[in-house]
Write a protein that binds this ligand. Structure first.
Ligand code: SF4
Ligand code: SF4
Length: 100
């Protein structure tokens, strides 16, 4: 991973560290074959769910992983910003409503 990739990861982790009570109300799904590792989704995620990881077999050498799934709110920012339709997000059922 490049120095910029590491910096993007560090900034995402810093955003995640500020969240005291993870939302756990959403899920993001990556389609790795469409992902070119640009990192826009990582930058766009307000809660630092997504990170770069090394991918030696990938032509870009990196790929995106859902590193902090509990922190996903399902806001859809990652999906909206991805230029290649390689990531999708949705709201999951609210666990509190399920208990009612
Ligand atoms: S924005 Fe899309 S193409 Fe870019 S790293 Fe994220 S999932 Fe991959
Ligand atoms: S849906 Fe929102 S919180 Fe979840 S990974 Fe995408 S940008 Fe991050």
């Amino acid at each position: 991973m490049s120095r910029d990739d590491h910096k993007i990861n560090e900034e995402a982790l810093a955003r995640r560290a500020k969240i005291k009570n993870p939302a756990k109300k959403g899920k993001a799904v990556i389609e790795p074959h469409f992902c070119k590792g640009c990192g826009l989704c990582i930058d766009a995620c307000p809660t630092g769910v997504l990170l770069f990881r090394e991918a030696p077999d990938n032509r870009w050498g990196v790929e995106v992983e859902i590193d902090g799934p509990d922190y996903c709110s399902g806001c859809g920012m990652c999906e909206m910003i991805c230029p290649d339709f390689a990531i999708f997000a949705y709201k999951t059922e609210d666990p509190e409503k399920k208990a009612v």
